[in-house]
Design a protein around this ligand. Sequence first.
Ligand code: GAL
Length: 812
Amino acid sequence: MKYTAFLKTLLFSCVFFISYSNFSQNRNVITLKDNWKFFKGDNENAYKIDFNADKWQTVSVPHDWAIYGPFDKEIDKQVVKIEQNNEKEATEKTGRTGALPFIGTGWYRKTFSVTDLTADKKALLVFDGAMSNAQVYINGTLVGGRPYGYSYFYFDITEYLNKNADNVLAVKLHNDPFSSRWYPGAGLYRKVQLIVKDKISFDQWGHFITTPYVSDSLARVHITSKASGKNLTVKTRIKDAEGHVVAEISSNTQFGKSFELDIPVKNPTLWDTENPYLYTAEISLYEGESLKDIENVTFGIRSITYTRDGFMLNGKITKFKGVCLHHDLGPLGTAINTAALRRQLTILKDLGCNAIRSSHNMPSIEQLELCDEMGFLFLAESFDEWQKPKVENGYNKYFAEWAEKDVVNLVRATRNHPCIVMYSSGNEVPDQWGNEGVKRAKWLQDIFHREDPTRPVTVGMDQVKAVMESGFGALLDVPGLNYRVHLYEEAYDKFPQGFLLGSETASTVSSRGVYKFPVEKGYGKTYPDYQSSSYDLEYCNWSNIPEDDFVLQDDKPWVIGEFVWTGFDYLGEPTPYDDFWPSRSSYFGINDLAGLPKDRYYLYRSRWNTKDTTLHILPHWNWEGREGEVTPVFVYTSYDSAELFVNGKSQGIRTKNKNSKLERYRLMWNDVTYEPGTLKVVALDANGNPVEEKEVKTAGKPHHLVLNPDRKELTANGEDISFVEVTVVDKNGIPCPTAQNQLNFKVNGAAEYRAACNGDATSLEMFHEPTMKVFNGKLVVLVKSGTTIGNATLTVRGKGLKKATLNLSVVE
Ligand code: GAL
């Protein structure tokens, strides 16, 4: 790098403080992270260049203005009849969108300088999503807008910028009431980047890497790169994961704007879920001899095919063992955080899950990068509504004008991620009814195909009878069924594709650590404490228990997999307590809102995780007052057979039974009489020999706390997070499963307290306050790194409990 360029870089980094800058001589990518000014409310002058925002709050982006609450029953209260849920009358729904203050207008302002914008350069401003109805101003002039909060978008802002002087970026966002069915969050909740590059450079999202031929000995890597200009050459080097160049090619043939490069890669290492091997294409653009642009694009070499035998990854049949995820990160709200996303995926890996569906919108780029790196298949969805509304101010208002633009950006921004194996153009859209909807389904699918001919398109369909008749289901690449297990056979018979996907399954409800008696299967069950039972037999009138899907997944080879609703609890949609208060987050999760596993975790794990054994007992064994009463015991296990003991007395052996839907997947002792002490399960092998055992013990009084962090070392980037599981235990260290102690948190040193979450859907305590009640003996504390290295200590106190401390280190 020349000395002057070096000086400019230095200056640039200083101006942007600790904003992350990825600088090459030709392309400077700056993440606008710190020192934003934020104001909740409207101000007609806030877009102006000389507006004084000194009194506004200083925030860093990603930022969710609504997650700091308070929870309020009146926020976005919807008096509606939810037709998808088969409701016949309108009722008052509180908490449907999380009861957090996301509605209204918010403004963000940021001052920045661009010192390297010479006459031959241009500048783009890129948003990964902004919630919602963004209006973007540079130096007082409106540059453009984007209504859909989940869409990626960018503007060329060159002509609006003051060269070598301060510039003011102002973003107005506005969220309407009745615009969502879940908590959408609010604000600049995903990253914002400024890209300064040569005028002769690659288009934004201008590369498309595919691997049309894949074998063990050779892969054909095809790269389309777009750029405008004359006398241009594209040179591409493929590097393996260690950075060694494995292939190299160049071309100066331009098909309009496109360069088409075909690169043979010998003995490729294929990307799959077990070994997510990534290559990088270093793509350079030259005008004559002069280098104009370089981009590094990560990709994987893999083949995907959908056949009557199932979905194949690199020629191997691979069932989707997937979960649906909403985009909020529980106590962090919707503000994207890589550590939180990584933790979610780490938990899902242990579960044996291999696929994610971003319901019902575009995923964050960070989530896709992690799925590439950690080996998850990805179903990237776009919309929850088309032209016909589900909620009054939903996407229906924008569909006609924006749907094509939103789909184009979805595909162009994400298509080089090997994890994406399917796109979805919609979820349970009411357009499933009527001929117009069939046309819309085809129109959208054609746009996806035009932008990316390599990936199929699905729609999550719940109106299965209607789509069988209308042709809607038949025209899709992949027919996706949401629930409706009783219609799978008929749909398979009527649809031409020869396979079906469980695009959304189960919707079983439960609260972590809560068990209701008598133990009975049923839908729409409610209780005075607004919790659902973790015996995993409660569901909704449109949905089912996990086993209803398991039998289809196991017995029908033409069912290519499932995406369970949902992997984690999320803010909003507190079914079956939609019209009860307080209740503000879901009960559907396999894990709770804090990321702690519910019992259901082990039911799925016993099927999905084929590497490790699973042996899990429920319920807990602290039933003061139930002495002598029947207290059923279930075991979720990868073993076929086990014997249960209460205080050493055998309760008999249970063996999985193929002829009964429940007993095929759960071992159940329905007539155990409760007495305090020890519940022990001993797993047996095929010869009846004990192979593994687990115990659950009756705990005494809460005595002290155990702190268990997911990571003890954090990076000093001001955003890394350690998730510390806090468990209340008795004097012998036995977890107290009914403890509800109020705890207080303090962090000293190189990190700070960020939030806590206990997974209780009825709690109105705010996540960012340094105090919270444990829910059934547990909660999670989030400790965030600062920007300097050093040690940090978390201290947790609770009345009558011995205080606990945890040391963490913050490193470079
Ligand atoms: C589905 C819908 C999801 C969620 C779920 C709850 O019908 O697609 O968004 O509402 O029901 O069971």
